[in-house]
Design a protein around this ligand. Sequence first.
Ligand code: MD3
Ligand code: FE
Length: 194
Amino acid sequence: MRHLPKYLSLEEQNQLLEMIREITSDAPLFIPTMPRWGTAFSVRMTNCGDYGWVADKSGYRYQSFHPDTKKPWPKIPTQLLDIWHDLVGEQWRAEACLINYYAPNAKMGLHQDNDEANFDAPVLSISLGDDCIFRLGGLKRSDPTQSFTLNSGDIILLEKESRLKFHGVDRIKPNTSMLLSKPGRLNLTMRVVN
Ligand code: MD3
Ligand code: FE
């Protein structure tokens, strides 16, 4: 895993925020639920790109439209694609960008990202807003984990071995950033799906 602390300037972070506002006005944040039980996630989500990750009672999957509005996801903005290509190169095309919003009490349990078809493709994640405590484990759930802080403007690049490691967000540290007008954290995760 490559952690690039403060990769984005404050100006770039604000441009991304404006872009996220436009995306969420077309594709509003939705409340994902756990398969089978239907328990709500504490994280709110939306997507842009050809595909978006969704979670509901029937399972986790990628689909080409918003689960509530049924409209196709908005396009991935050029600024995001530029960041992707600067770090990943030209051999992969980002097909999905998941936008997670964490209110101060939200968290994400330890999990693997394995709904994509090809684990050779990298995953790129951008943190905006309040700091969070991020946890990274190994390839088995029972492997030891380490935790560290992610700040606004940080980028994480997952390649090769790290791509299938267990990870999660333990908690948000409210009021550690002034970027958002309300406390909380946004995370953008760009992926190749097919
Ligand atoms: C480490 N999101 O949406 S992004 C997710 O901060 C997710 O919202 C977290 O986990 C968040 O699936 C973490 C950073 C990240 C993404 C993928 C990974 C870290 C990863 C895949 C393998 C190992
Ligand atoms: Fe994940």
